[in-house]
Design a protein around this ligand. Structure first.
Ligand code: DGT
Ligand code: CA
Ligand code: CA
Length: 577
């Protein structure tokens, strides 16, 4: 993860806080704009700064002298004084409500000033008891919208999408890794299992116990910490932005046992401990014991070996048959991130993305990819800048031109084609025929409409290679459309259509159980990030994590194929007709 996202996030939070404090709109906008630019920047901002200094930052569009200096300060020192000062003045718990659609800084400010609202609970109370509706400019309709939005968000009940936690966890781990006292560090818990949402984060460090306090101090002093909950010799706990992170320091001889214990899941652990008991052993977070004698616990392998099993990948540890599979020697050999040869779902400036084709090609080359399918929206998806046929052709020519100058990387001509209400596609077949990769998706549906038929019909089209985000859900935001996923999977098998695991942090559909069902039916899965910015290409990690939770192996994944084999695979369905 680059510093770009980190700095972008800080600037964004700063903008929220300043707006809440009543700063002039022009200044607030300046921070927001800078945040967007940094996040969308294809170049690493730290590299840029090292090469060109403050001027390099100042020359970025939307970044003036003042913001450039703050960014430089952050790059140099890991802190931003302005940010710390401003954050000390605002109730951070309350500001998190800004993520709820329909709640803006001015709403919060009014509730703060007039109704004494200081926390999230306070806010929920004034929504429910009608006092918010009595404030000038509010009224029952507006408050009703807020109430509904709050309900959806609280269906997450304090959990946050994996992809929002991911960058923070990476940063924490990286900072701990470089400490001299730290021998090993891993995120554990639901995060390590790559569950689509995480409650709190559990970080585990192997170190000599005499170094515990120093490690925990470094942890609670990290820049994103808004509140320290505990800070001791072996344990610490702090709120990072909106995330609770617990850290534990354990000695090397029991690190494996602790990592196994705190990775969970609880059900998996209970099953494993029962196996141990049958063998007269005891597994705890401290080690594997026969009577009082420790017989293992330095590594996770030792823990599993004690009950006659090989090591089980964390993504499988949900007690969904992985222990039995391990007993039979039939664990899947899960797809790995390094086996992914390219991204098959990326947006460019041609529709609603921020990166040019050249920038996408450059970023993909740096990631070691062999190909990227640039799948912009089709013409009827107006709100997302869908391309009419002429523009699509123009873009295709651009791709041909750029490809001539690329070595070892290819842009594929793609489209995320809308599936229209009658199941037909948003481009005529002769246009689709010019594309290398066609991924079809539903973007508009009537409330309560069942879209199964639409998608089934689209899959019968020989030019449709794959179905994008097959359920349309947005984690914690909307349920998605009504669709019979098993019917889609069966039709995919019958027609040779691929199904996507969309890695966009709010989507992650197919989800883990759907992916597993698809695999069982023998359907090939395509992984795409749906990146709208260069800074979102890393989301391939989320797609791979979801695939692994679905027991998906390399041979089940379309974009684990090298370019030549991919091209063959993409011709198959068309040639059948
Ligand atoms: P989360 O935080 O809700 O996303 O889910 P986890 O899985 O990270 O759960 P968490 O943070 O409560 O606990 C971390 C791990 O510690 C969990 O995955 C398994 C282990 N653990 C926690 N409570 C128990 C328990 O009562 N029994 C057993 N066997 N393991 C537990
Ligand atoms: Ca946890
Ligand atoms: Ca925990």
């Amino acid at each position: 993860m680059r510093k770009n996202e980190e700095i972008g996030e800080i600037l964004e939070r700063l903008a929220d806080a300043l707006e809440f404090l009543g700063e002039t709109p022009f200044k607030v906008r300046a921070y927001r704009r800078a945040a967007r630019v940094i996040k969308g920047l294809s170049e690493d901002v730290v590299e840029l700064y090292r090469r060109k200094g403050l001027n390099g930052l100042k020359d970025l569009p939307g970044v003036g002298e003042r913001i450039a200096k703050k960014m430089a300060e952050y790059i140099e020192t890991g802190r931003m004084k302005k940010y710390d000062e401003v954050m000390a003045q605002v109730p951070t718990d309350l500001l998190e409500l800004l993520n709820v659609p329909g709640i803006g800084p001015r709403t919060l400010r009014m509730a703060y000033d007039r109704l004494g609202v200081r926390t999230r609970e306070d806010f929920v109370r004034v929504v429910e008891d009608g006092s918010l509706a009595k404030l000038p400019g509010f009224g029952p309709k507006k408050v009703q919208n807020i109430r509904e939005a709050l309900k959806l968000v609280s269906s997450l009940s304090g959990r946050i999408p994996l992809g929002l936690a991911y960058p923070t966890v990476e940063r924490i781990v990286k900072r701990l890794e470089v400490l001299q006292e730290v021998l090993q560090v891993h995120p554990a818990g639901s995060f390590r299992r790559m569950k689509e949402t995480v409650g709190d984060l559990d970080i585990l460090v192997s170190a000599h116990m005499s170094d515990g306090r120093r490690i925990i101090e470094a942890f609670v002093n990290m820049p994103e910490v808004v509140k320290v909950l505990a800070s001791g010799e072996t344990k610490g706990s702090a709120i990072f932005g909106k995330l609770q992170v617990d850290i534990r320091v354990v000695p090397p001889e029991s690190y494996g046992a602790a990592l196994q214990y705190f990775t969970g899941s609880k059900d998996h652990n209970i099953h494993l401990r029962n196996l141990a008991r049958e063998r007269g052993l005891k597994i705890s977070e401290y080690g594997v014991f026969r009577e009082k004698k420790r017989i293992g616990g330095k590594t996770e392998e030792e823990v599993y070996r004690a009950v006659g099993l090989v090591w089980i990948p964390p993504e499988l540890r949900e007690d969904r048959g992985e222990i039995e599979a391990a007993q039979r020697g039939q664990l899947p050999r899960l797809i790995e991130y390094n086996e992914i040869k390219g991204d098959l779902h990326v947006h460019s400036v041609f529709s609603d993305g921020t990166a040019t084709l050249e920038e996408i090609a450059l970023a993909a080359t740096r990631m070691g990819y062999e190909y990227v399918a640039v799948c912009d929206h089709s013409q009827s998806v107006k709100y997302a800048g869908g391309l009419d046929v002429d523009t699509l052709k123009l873009k295709n020519r651009d791709i041909d031109r750029i490809n001539r100058s690329l070595k070892g990387m290819r842009l594929l001509k793609g489209s995320e084609v809308d599936i229209l209400p009658d199941g037909s596609l948003d481009y005529p077949e002769e246009v689709l025929a010019e594309l290398d990769f066609v991924i079809a998706a539903v973007h508009n549906w009537r409330r309560d409409e069942d879209v199964t038929e639409r998608i089934l019909k689209a899959m019968e089209n020989p030019f449709v290679h794959a179905i994008a985000h097959p359920t349309g859900r947005l984690i914690g935001k909307r349920e998605g459309y009504r669709v019979d996923v098993e019917m889609i999977i069966r039709k995919a098998k019958e027609t040779g259509t691929f199904l996507e695991i969309n890695g966009y942090y709010e989507r992650l559909d197919l989800n883990d159980t759907h992916a597993r069902l698809a695999k069982e039916y023998g359907v090939i899965i395509t992984l795409g990030t749906d990146a709208h910015q260069i800074g979102q290409l890393w989301q391939m990690r989320l797609a791979v994590g979801t695939a692994r939770r679905g027991w998906v192996e390399k041979q089940d994944v379309l974009n684990a194929l090298a370019l030549q084999d991919l091209s063959e695979a993409l011709k198959l369905k068309r040639s059948k007709t």
